[in-house]
Structure formats: structure tokens, C-alpha cells
Design a binder for this molecule. Structure first.
Ligand SMILES: [Zn+2]
Length: 424
């Protein structure tokens, strides 16, 4: 792999500063040199890309990805998909994420045990096209928890594996380690669309959470928690989980505990799904503005917005990532979360970009998320200035180029995928 020199670009490096004019040299799969304030880079052998004044920024990171949720409108329909079709569908959605400028995704659960692992491995091997991935297990959930769709008289499945008691959680977590996941996912709280496990209810007990966290700790892998209730947040923090999703109903003590661990933990509120459901965008699927679930989401959302503003103020890393993977919140529209952060959580566009890039890279535990010398070359060339209007990142046509690992997924002036493996 040779060298690529981006000239005549405005650089948003992901650290939070305003765009600056400059040049960036990529050598192999890493960023070799960043020149700012009109300095130029001498690289006579590099392929030169004239940015024509566009913005060059880090590729986006999705902190709560569900590429195997297939934009389903019902949890049971997801379970009905056979593994073979499901794998092909997931492969398709991995590509969709990269087409939309997400060069890394941190999975917040796979819908079957090996889906994320197989897709991650195939991407890494260069067999299929997609972003860098942290692969997750399905959601380990207790009987009568979020994702337990069984009926008394029949077996049914969705994105969860029901477990009861510390021993079953322990065994399931170890099996997932054996299958190669990077992240163990648990559902210690309920959710507003589950009548028997609401968001404020804590449905796993401490021993069950501890069992999974022990596996995470001993195997050095992530434990990510669906934690809406205040008690579930505290329980997961006490046991050492590092990725806290939602945290919407945190109380003062939970906020204090999150602040105390701000250098270790990541919070992603998944505001996208909750917000638009509350606003009635699920109406074509039976959840209109007046539906009780929409009302519950609005009430939870109010508290969640208040809490996220507070966590940001206290220096906790709050990341975009909005549970994209359902019919009215489809995969590929993930960049909308940054607009929600600006409109609802009082982030500036640059703060939202930093959350989706720098903090995202830290969540991935990879050298990604910054335009910085030595970092992996995951870059977007954007038509326009997202530091003024972050919503332009939702429009794939504004992504003039997408580079992952030093290679163009979308070459400047070409359609997405030109030059990529699948197009060859
Ligand atoms: Zn989720």
C-alpha cells in the first residue's frame, strides 16, 4: 500500500478544535503527517487528492450498533430468521454502515450468538466489506426480562438468551467467550415497551451481574449493560461493567458513581430510538404519538436528557449511538444521533463530533477517531462543514470520500464501494 496526500482540506481532528486548513499524508494504513495552518507536505510519490476546501475528519464510530437487528418491526420476527439468511442480512448491513461513514462500530448485541463474530472476522480477513467491529454476544437476559419473548406454551427467540441465576449467566458468558465475542451484553433493567419489565425495573440480581462481570474481567473483554433504572446502573458499576447504555433514570447516587468512574466507563444514552418513538415516528408500526409506549418514552426521555446534560458537565464520556436496527430507526441513519445530541443535549456540533470520533475510538480500544500522526487512517472527506451543521453527516452524498485502514471505500468522485472488495 502506498501513500495518499490530501491537500487543500479543512481538518477537523476530533479533539474538539475548529477546522483548520492543512494537508494530511497517509502512508500504508496509518496517518503519517498532519500539516496545519497552510504548511504543505513534501511527498512526491503519494497519490494526491485535492480536497477542494472540503472537510477532512475522522471516520465515525457507532457506540451502540445492532447490524444484525435487520430493521425489524417485531422482536419475534427477528427470531424467525434462519441463521443462514440472517448472516447474509448482517453482512449487508455491515456495508451500509461503512457507506454512511461509520468506519468503526461497537456492537451492543448480536441477534444470534455467532453473527457479529463471523461478520467481524470476515471483514478483518478482507472477505467482505464493512467497518472495524467489536463483536458482541446476544443480550443475556433473565426470564421475564427484555428479550424474553417465549410464551408459556411455545418456544420463541429474538436477540436474547434467557438465563436465570448466577450459574447460568456465568456459563452463557463463558460460551460467548469461547465463540469469540469482544463484548458480553446483559439486560439488568427492563424497557418501556416490555409490559412485564419496565424501564424503571431492575430485573437481574447482583449475583447474576457479578457472574458476567467476573467473566469479562478474567478474559479482559467488555461488559455492556442495558441499564435504564437507577439501581441497574449502580449494580453494573459496582461489579465493574465498562459500557453503560441508557442510564436514563439515574438518580443522584448513580450520577455520582458514574462521575467517580469517568475515566473507565462509557455512557451511550441511545437517545435516537427513544426520542423518535416518543415523538410518534413509530406510527406506521402501531406506536403513534398517543400510544402508551410513546408516552412512557417521552417521560423517560425528559429525565434522560437532564441526566445526560449533567453527566457531560461532570466530564463523563457520553457517546452517540441510538439503537439503530428497528423499522422506524433503521440501520444507516445512525448519524442522526449527533443531531439529537446538538438539539436535545446542548452539545455543540464539534462536541458531538468529538463524542462520535475521539471517544468512539477510546471505546473501540483502537488507534481510531482522531486525525493524528500514527493513528489508523480512517477518514472522511466531507462536502461542507459539519462543525457548523452536524446534520450534513447524515447525507451519504456529502461524503466525498471514505477511507478505512488507508484504503478508499469510496474514492473521491466515485460512488460508494468503488474500489472496494465487493466491487472488484
Ligand atoms: Zn440496543
Amino acid at each position: 500500500m502506498g501513500e495518499t496526500l490530501f491537500t487543500n482540506v479543512k481538518i477537523i481532528d476530533g479533539e474538539g478544535g475548529a477546522p483548520v486548513a492543512g494537508e494530511v499524508l497517509v502512508s500504508g494504513n496509518r496517518i503519517k503527517t498532519v500539516a496545519r495552518d497552510g504548511d504543505s507536505i513534501d511527498a512526491p510519490d503519494a497519490e494526491r487528492i485535492d480536497g477542494e476546501g472540503r472537510t477532512l475528519m475522522p471516520g465515525l464510530v457507532e457506540a451502540h450498533a445492532h447490524i444484525s437487528f435487520c430493521n425489524t418491526a417485531s422482536l419475534e420476527a427477528l427470531g424467525d430468521l434462519p441463521p443462514e439468511e440472517h448472516t447474509l442480512e448482517t453482512m449487508k448491513f455491515a456495508r451500509v454502515m461503512l457507506d454512511q461513514g461509520f468506519t468503526s462500530i461497537f456492537s451492543a448485541a448480536a441477534a444470534k450468538p455467532r453473527l457479529d463474530v463471523v461478520i467481524r472476522n470476515a471483514i478483518d480477513a478482507g472477505d467482505i466489506v464493512g467497518p472495524r467491529m467489536r463483536a458482541a454476544s446476544p443480550e443475556m437476559t433473565p426470564t421475564a426480562g427484555l428479550g424474553d419473548v417465549r410464551l408459556r406454551h411455545m418456544h420463541r427467540e429474538t436477540f436474547a438468551i434467557p438465563c436465570d441465576g448466577a450459574d447460568e449467566f456465568l456459563k452463557c458468558a463463558r460460551e460467548m467467550v469461547r465463540e469469540g465475542v469482544d463484548t458480553l451484553k446483559i439486560n439488568p433493567s427492563g424497557d418501556e415497551f416490555i409490559p412485564f419489565a419496565r424501564a424503571h425495573e431492575t430485573v437481574m440480581n447482583e449475583a447474576e451481574v457479578a457472574a458476567v462481570c467476573e467473566v469479562g474481567r478474567s478474559r479482559q473483554i467488555n461488559v455492556a449493560c442495558h441499564a435504564r433504572s437507577a439501581e441497574s446502573v449502580k449494580m453494573c458499576l459496582r461489579q465493574g461493567a465498562n459500557v453503560l447504555y441508557h442510564c436514563t433514570l439515574s438518580d443522584e447516587e448513580a450520577l455520582d458513581m458514574l462521575e467517580a468512574e469517568k475515566d473507565r466507563v462509557f455512557v451511550a444514552p441511545t437517545i435516537g430510538m427513544a426520542h423518535i418513538t416518543g415523538q410518534g415516528e413509530g406510527k406506521d408500526y402501531g406506536i403513534d404519538y398517543d400510544h402508551p409506549v410513546a408516552l412512557f418514552f417521552r417521560l423517560e426521555g425528559e429525565k434522560g436528557v437532564e441526566n445526560m446534560k449533567e453527566l457531560k458537565k461532570r466530564g463523563v464520556r457520553v457517546l452517540p449511538g441510538g439503537d439503530y436496527g428497528f423499522a422506524w430507526n433503521p440501520i444507516g441513519t445512525n448519524a442522526r444521533d449527533m443531531e439529537h445530541f446538538v438539539n436535545l443535549l446542548d452539545f455543540t456540533p464539534l462536541e458531538a463530533i468529538t463524542a462520535a470520533t475521539k471517544f468512539g475510538g477510546q471505546l473501540m480500544q483502537m488507534d481510531v477517531g482522531l486525525v493524528k500522526e500514527g493513528f489508523l487512517a480512517d477518514l472522511l472527506l466531507v462536502d461542507g462543514d459539519p462543525s457548523k451543521d452536524v446534520s450534513i453527516l447524515q447525507d451519504a452524498d456529502r461524503l466525498a470520500a471514505i477511507m478505512k485502514d488507508g484504503a478508499f471505500h469510496k474514492t473521491p468522485g466515485a460512488a460508494a464501494g468503488a474500489g472496494s472488495i465487493a466491487a472488484e
